[in-house]
Design a protein around this ligand. Structure first.
Ligand code: HEM
Length: 161
């Protein structure tokens, strides 16, 4: 039984964790790139009298990407060693960050991106739609930047990908 665990099950679990962590970590770049594209696009079209299908799709994909990140994050939260709510966890920077700050900031960002896009869709004037996306998506970008465990925050043990 021990042999089966170490030779068959453990390598598969390790691979699963690696794929999950690097999938969640690497796709931050796609999420950030989409957010920046959507913001620049809204900025360039602030005075436009058209809100085209391509604008709608860009803003939608950006929101969906953030939702995917949150979904992967929730799965990770159950299996990672970087979250523990054992006594004194708030005094440990890594446990506090991943078990509280990261989750709150990222879920908040996902809620805001959803509200912002909905408001833009409901606005009647195309210029108003672009302005709404611009404001809400910039706020979301700032929150996500603050919530990412950048490698220069050495206590968090994050990586670039
Ligand atoms: C827009 C949403 C999110 C983004 C952009 C994001 C981004 C990241 C990044 C860049 C890392 C660093 C991974 C590394 O450097 O190895 C990370 C780690 C992690 N994230 Fe998120 N995250 C998001 C949402 C969430 C949510 C909502 C949860 C939990 C409910 C979560 C749970 C975690 C956990 C547990 C880790 C540590 C994984 C480990 O190394 O074991 N994330 N996240």
């Amino acid at each position: 039984m021990n042999e089966v665990f170490f030779s068959v099950i453990l390598p598969k679990l390790t691979l699963f964790m690696d794929v999950l962590v690097h999938g969640h970590s690497g796709s931050r770049w796609l999420a950030l790139a989409l957010l920046v594209f959507a913001i620049v696009n809204a900025m360039l079209k602030l005075k436009s009298d058209k809100y085209e299908k391509s604008d709608e799709m860009l803003n939608l994909f950006t929101m969906v990407m953030l939702h995917i990140q949150v979904t992967l994050g929730i799965v990770l939260a159950f299996v990672t060693g970087k979250i523990s709510y054992a006594e004194g966890w708030m005094k440990n920077p890594q446990y506090r960050f991943f078990g509280l700050e990261h989750i709150l900031l990222m879920v908040f960002a996902a809620v805001l991106v959803t509200i912002g896009r909905k408001k833009a869709e409901k606005a009647l004037d195309p210029a108003k739609k672009h302005k709404t996306i611009l404001i809400w998506y910039i706020i979301v970008l700032i929150i996500i930047f603050a919530g990412i465990p950048w490698p220069f925050r050495t206590a968090l043990g994050g990586s670039w990908f």
